[in-house]
Structure formats: structure tokens, C-alpha cells
Design a protein around this ligand. Sequence first.
Ligand code: MOS
Length: 762
Amino acid sequence: MTLLKKVMERVLQFTPEKEPDPLIGEGKYIGKAMKRVDGVLKVTGQAQFTAEYKFDNIAYAALAYSTIAKGKITTLDTADAESSGGVITVITYKNAPKIGKPALMDPSGGSSGAMAADIPVLQDERIYWNGQPIAVVVAETQDQADEAVSLIKVEYEEEKAVVSFESELPNAKTPKDVLGEDPEVKVGNAEEAYEKSAHKVDHVYRTPRYNHNAIEPHATIAHWESDEKLVVFDASQMLYAFKNTFAKMFLIKPENVEVLSPFVGGGFGGKGSMWQHSILCVAAARAAKRPVKLNLSREGVYRIVGGRTPSVQHVALGANQDGQLEALIHHGTTQTTEYNNFAEQFSFPARYLYNSKTFDIGQKVVHTDTLANTFMRAPGESIGTFALESAMDELAHEMNIDPIKLREINEPKSDPLRHIPFSCRNIVQAYKVGAESFGWDPKKPGSQSDGKWRVGQGVATAYYPYYRFPGKAKAKIFSNGTASIQAAAHEMGMGTATVQLQHFADRMTLPIEQVSMQYGNTSLPESPMAGGSNQTASLGASIEAAVTALVEVCIKAANKSASSPFKGLHAKDVDIKSGGIYGKETDVGCSFVEILKLAGVDELEAEGASGQPFEMLKHSMHSYGAQFCEVRVHSETGELRIARWLACFDAGRIINPKTAESQFRGGIIMGIGMALMEETIYDDRYGRVANPSLAEYHMPVHLDIPHIEIKYLNIPDEHAPLGARGIGEIGITGAAAAIANAVFNATGRRIRELPITLDKLL
Ligand code: MOS
């Protein structure tokens, strides 16, 4: 998002301030492999997820979904459902409470709205996609609600719907922008340069639809404390945007809405915008005048939560005798709807990874009458690296050189399109470390076997941009010697509080046992969404700001006492050290506990706000990695197994190797699923998902995953808070290409269409 226009417009309204503090070389806890602070809560089942909260007098909701893609409801007979056992109310467009216009998500990181699509929620008879909620049943138990849903009778007047991505390809259009960047980039005459190139590859790559399958299906509990006051538990990656959306759509004041989401069972982008069930749950609670819980079934997630777009991508690479790129051409088409206009940024890797004399990059979209597609872990970069990194491998093969060497030859010294310096880029070194540790030694394609198994190695580059958004945090100290940090941050399993407590303890020079963090609800200071792998850097900067503000507050408070050691001193004259505040020059000062004594209070607090991400304007900031894998393909059955995996990442400072490795591994496992088995089967006649369950949508299980060895360079990025760039998404990038490249090395067969199922290998 480094070129994201809206962010930049916002950034440019502010006067530059100092860059974030990378805390280089400091600290007792940063960099240590520490256990998750919520680990015990989670493994003992005490960590409560949205669906687990108990309310007195709670009622349960279930949704009925449309079975046509476009048209209108002509008959909606809810009589049987209403008289079914335990039913409290059935809500349809005919009797739904007034719900305002959807407050749309702001892709530049603002919190004004969260809705994924601009479609009215249960306000009229129109149908926009196959699976759209058409009724909400509220009952005393979940079973009663589910049973009543099956009794609703509905008839439609169908209209001709555009649901097939493939058949719409000839009608593809250029979108306005791609996450804020220009959809088309041209440097020189790439066609001509390509034609004249000594070495050429030119191929089309395809990726299918993918659905979100976080272990926790989406869930909401809504409770109207009064007509004006709303409390919502919701599995969310963006608490404040949810709060503002509920306020806008239910026409109440934002300060009268509280959203809580202390633990989220995986987000991956699927909870990075709001889907209709959240709004419908709040509406149901209003209608039933009781707290209502709406848990989506697994099928429900497939019906109303968007997934990853399918893509068709064309990559043509031309290189001279020495392997230097003369032409980098990457064009392709993804899907979107009229109601979300989301062009997935598959072309970003091609904009930042390689030098080339000429570039021709272009994205198109087709509009379909389907559920809005959305972010899914490294949206764009995951599918974009599949195409680009497969093509690089094809070029290396064509030239008969090592694919790592080819990448080294084309390694840019500065941003190849924007011509500004990279903040910190060590991709060549990541390949070197990775190749050594992995034992990179690819043989001639199709030449290696072990019994009936063909064996091969593959490599590909992982790439994901750096993002940071402004946010707030509050720091507190207490007379018992403890301190706490508060921010409406999100814990989706990645170790949010664990790493920030390492940070906070180091910044406060306190033992980690004496610090705590409160997060996960909107009564706390506003944090940006947890998405785009931004949260660690963003929170890092907010916590830095809060601690800086706290020092000022401490000095002022202590100076109320005649015996304050801080007379005449300001924040700039002191340092935090040894669990207190001391003069930079003089070393005169006292502990935080003594400060509270001098001030005569039991606690002190200060809120700080981090500034705009100017580092992103001045530098081209990204994370990188080298993915290595070894595959085995059975020569008779086509069975494909991943035998070994090693990845080496260049993602800035690694704050906690334990949680970071888990993030990288999780991304790679998701990449293995994307490459080998995951695929949403779409009925192109009706626009309906035909495999809405984990029985038919295949995900990798333990037996599909080898030991994944994670390496990282751990070179702090001096332009990022904590020296850390994001790590949540990069693991999935390059993974599918590494597998496809290894499959080629094992079998001599190039698969350019995911998933690589055995029918394609036989
Ligand atoms: Mo991520 S796909 O921004 O949760």
C-alpha cells in the first residue's frame, strides 16, 4: 500500500514528525522466544471467543439464504416458521427494523465503516447474490431457530444473472485503481523489448476461488442495553470500524456502541470487513428485545462471507544473454462486484521485485452478480507471486541457469518504478542462507527418483508490502509497581499482547511479570484494523507515543511534591531506566513507584497517538523471503507430497521467534493448501458455492505438512517502529510457486493452474 493514494493524501495533510523509534539494539525481552501470554487460557479453554459469551435471557438466531443469484422475492411465507416451537420472531424485509445505508469499509485504513459491500441489509425484496440472507429466525434455542428456517417458503422472480467469471472475461474492464495504485504501469515499450529479447517465456496462469475457513466461524452477540445503547460481541479484525458501522446503520451515537472481541479464532482478512450477519444480529436483538446470538454455520460462512477472487494472469518475461530482464509483462483479470469494486492487487510483486528495462503491468476486473470477494491472507500477493515466480522459474529453465542466480541478476538497488530507496532489503542474503540450510541442489527436471516417486526441488520469492496506520494507546503505572498498556487491538492468534508486552516491558525497563495489556474492545483507545500485516508496527508506534506522554505526566505529577527530583526537567532531559525516570546527564531521578508516592496517587496514566506513516513515503518498504521445498510425485498415481520445506525471511526485526515462526509456518501451510487442494467449486449456472463444507473443500491436515524449517535474517528495519515489518501474510506468498516449480523439477511437467491436483499430473 506504499502508493496508496488515500493514505498518502491523509499523510500529506500532516507536518512531518520524527520517524518511529526502531529501538535498535535495546531491550531484555524484544527478540526472545517467549510463550504466549494467553497460551494457558487458550489450551485450558478459558479464553472466551464470541460465540461462547453467556447472557441471561439470550435468544438464538439462524439465517435463511436465497437460492437464486439475482431477482426479487415474490412470496415469502413465514407462517409455519413463526408457529414453530420456541420461535420468538421471524424478521424479513417486510418487518425488519430500519437499517441505514451500509457504511462501507475504507481500504486506506480509516475506521468510518466496515461493510464489505454496498448492498441494503434486509430492506427490500431484491436479491443480489446466491446465498444472500433473506430472513432471520430468532428462537429460544439454536435447534429451534434452525428448524424454523427450514419451514420458510419463498418464491422468486428470477432475472438473468452474470455469475461465470470465465464467460465474463471478454468483458473485463480496467478498474479505477488497485488498492490506491494505478491499475496500469508502463515503462518503455515492453512488447518491442520482449520481441527482441534473447530469452523469452510467455504463459497464462490460473488460480481458482478460495473460501475463508478460519477455525472460528463468524459469530455475533448483540445486546441493546436501551434503545440508544448497544453492546456487541463480534469476531472482528477492526473493532473501531465495526463500532462506527453499527452506529451509522442503526442511527445511534458511536459513543453509545461498544464492540468487544477479546479473542478471535483466526481472521485472515475474512473478519477484516463486516458481513451481513453482524447487522442482522443487531437488528434481531432490537426486534426480539433480548440479547441475540447469531453463529454462522460453516455453510453460512461460505454463503455470506466473501473469499479470494479467481484469477487469470498472463506473464511474459524477456531477458538478454546475461539474464537481465528486458521486459516484464504481467497482465491479468480478477473478479469483483458492482457493490464492492475490489481489484485484488496481484500485480504488486511485479512492481517491486525485479529490475527490468521495460515494464507493462495491467489489471482488469469482471463484475459478477455474486457475493463480494474480499481480502484473504496476502490478497493479491499470494496469487500474483504464483504467476510471476512460476514465470521466473520458467525463464531460468529456458536459459539453463539457476533460478536463484536469475533473481540475483535482476535484483534492484532501489525501487524499480518509484526510484526511491528501499528501507531495508536483503533478499539476496535470504536466498543465500536459505539455499545453504536447505541443501539447494536441483537436478535436471524429471531426472531424480526414489522408487516410484519422482523427486524435485523448487524455489520462489515471498513478498509482502509494509503497512502502518496511525493509532492510539494508553500507558498506566500503579503503586504496586505494575504497569499496563491499553489499546483496542486485535488478538486473532498471532500473539498481539505477547510481543507488545515484550516491547512495553523493555520500554518501561520493568520485569515482564509486572506488565499487562488490555485489548480487544472499543472502550480502549482506537487502534487501526489488524490487517495488511500492520498491527505490530502500528501498535509499536502507538505504545511508544503513550510511554513518551507518560513520562511528561510523571514529571508533572512528581513535581507537585517539594522533594521531586525532576524540578526544572522536561521529558527530553530524562530517560526511562531501571524501572523509573532518571536525568539523562545527572542520573538523578526515582522509580515509577516513588513517582506515584511523590504525586500522592495510586496510579498515573497517559494516552499517546502515533503519527502518520511518513516512513512509507520516503522509502519503499516491503518484506521478503525465499521459499524452498522438495516434493515427491508418484509416477503411477500422481500423488503429490511435500517432503521438505525451508523458508528464510527478511522481515526486519523478529520480536518473538516463537510466535513469529508460528505465523510464518501458518502462512506456508495456507500456501500449501492453496497450491494442492483448496478450491471453491462454483456452479457457473447458478452462481452457487457447491462445496460449502470442510468435507468437500479440502484443507491441509497434519499428514499433508512436513516439518517446516523457518529461518530469518533478523536485520532491523531502521525506518519501522521496533525495526519490525509485518509477518502475518508473507508466509503464504511464493509458496504455491515454490511447489509448482518443484513439481516441474520432479516431473518435467509445468502446472500453471491451481490447485495442482493429481488429475493434472497424470
Ligand atoms: Mo489480512 S488479508 O489484511 O487480514
